[in-house]
Structures are given as C-alpha cells and as structure tokens.
Design a protein around this ligand. Sequence first.
Ligand code: GDP
Length: 286
Amino acid sequence: MTIQWFPGHMAKARRQVTEKLKLIDIVFELVDARIPMSSRNPMIDEIVSSKPRIVLLNKADKADASITKQWIDYFKEREIPAIAIDAQTGTGLKQITALSKVLLKEKFDKMASKGIKPRAIRALIIGIPNVGKSTLINRLAKKNITKTGDRPGVTTAQQWVKVGNELELLDTPGILWPKFEDQLVGFKLATTGAIKDAILNLQEVTVFALNFLREHYPDRLKERFNIDELPNEVVQLFDEIGKKRGCIMPGGYIDYDKTSELVLREIRSDKLGRLSFETPKQFTEQ
Ligand code: GDP
C-alpha cells in the first residue's frame, strides 16, 4: 500500500484516529522493533494522550534482541509499557491481553462498582504503513474472526474482532504517517523495507545502509560478502560487493543499481542476521 501524505491527508488521518479513540479503552501502538523511533508517528504522544497505550515492538524476529531489550526499558522509563512481538508467528501476543487488563483494572473496577455489566476490553491498533497492523489483527483474530457487528450509536460502521473473551479490536487500524521529512528516518524506513524503493534514491539508501553496517555490524558485513578488510570509502565497499556478486555492466563497470538492490534485499531478508538500526542511546544523547 502506498499512501501519499499531503497536509490534507494528514489532517484526515488524524481525524479518523481521533474518532476511533472515542470507541476504545486502550491503544496498541505498533512500531518496527528495528527502528522504534523512526517507525512512529511524530505526533503520536499528543494524538493518543487521552488513552492508555502499549507499544508493540513488532518484527522483533528481525531485530537485534539485545537492542530490543534496551528499547523496552526506554519506553518503560517513560511510563509506556512495551512488549516485543512477532505478529507473523504470534510470539509475545499472549502478553497483550494480560498487560491490557492490568492497565485498565482501575477503570473496569470502577465500572463494576457502578453496576455496569462486565465487557471485553476494546482496543485500537495504530501504526504507520507496513509496520504489520493487518498481520497482527489477523493473527490475534486467528481463523475464527467473529465480527460482533456494529455498535448502536456509532455513525460510521465499525466492526469489532474478538480476541478470546476478554479483548475486542476495531477491525480497521489507525494509520498515521511517519516522520518522513527527516532524511535519516527516510533512509531507515527504506532500508527496512517500510517504504517503496521508488520513493528514495536506491543508491543513497544503500550508502546509508552500508555505512551503518560498517560502523555497527562490521563482522556481519565481512562475513556475508566475503571481505577480509573493509575499505575506508563506501564507494570501494560498493565496488567490492558488486564485483564479488557479479553485478557488472558491459565494459566491466560496476552496476550500482543492481548492487544496491542486492544489498537491500539481503538486509531485508535477514541474510546479515538480526539487525537494529537505532538504539535508545542515540535518542537520549540528543
Ligand atoms: P500494515 O500496512 O501495517 O497492515 O502491514 P502488514 O500487516 O501488511 O505487514 C507488512 C509486511 O510485514 C508484510 O509483508 C508482513 O508479512 C510483514 N510482517 C508483519 N509482521 C511481521 C513480523 O512480526 N515479523 C516479520 N518478519 N514480518 C512481519
């Protein structure tokens, strides 16, 4: 899915999320565990300030586990509970209902004391495009999607998806835009495959990715591309990888586009192992 975020679209997206917030008890903010800050909406704190929230670090299967732990602590220190999950296989999902119950205990106890009939917790999944929202909804709903139908008094038809007996999700997630005006954020989103290759210059994205890997994961880079000593210049690194992998044009020149596609494909498909592209330290130092 490609979404062009113009100011009008942003306002509309925000309005739609704000409308949905009225229907729910808790927000599940989905981010990419490899880039938890770059894969968030820049205004998220303000937009969901009225509701309790859990940050779900999705695609944790692709992220560096030790750095994911640091991110969980980072969010906890800011009083936002965070859980590492893999929406594709379902790892970590059990904790979501349990933690939601803890966070909403006071509200539900209060409702019970007023004699209001107990009901399931109502939740909304929010995230930028491609972060795994549909995958998570389908996974939580399992095969037996039981739509509970429209609720009276709701003007736009909202469907609810049951997750066991204790949780219900709005079946359409809230979609918000990333902080794409920041070039570094754009490079990270592109490297992890969150945004379409056509949007950014492929070679520039690859230069970012190779520089990042050289600094943070030099041994993985050497091993994957069979390089003994990493050259100082990223252009030389490009050349070496292109040569090693046969990305050569007629005349013997390196095909930089082909090399870029190859490098990015291998990063995204975990051929260099589990990678994280940002750490809490980089953000707390700023
Ligand atoms: P949405 O735009 O937020 O609804 O994102 P999707 O649910 O369509 O997911 C985008 C891509 O990420 C798809 O190719 C999914 O298969 C993949 N994906 C989603 N969750 C995970 C996960 O936890 N691990 C991995 N490895 N891939 C995931």
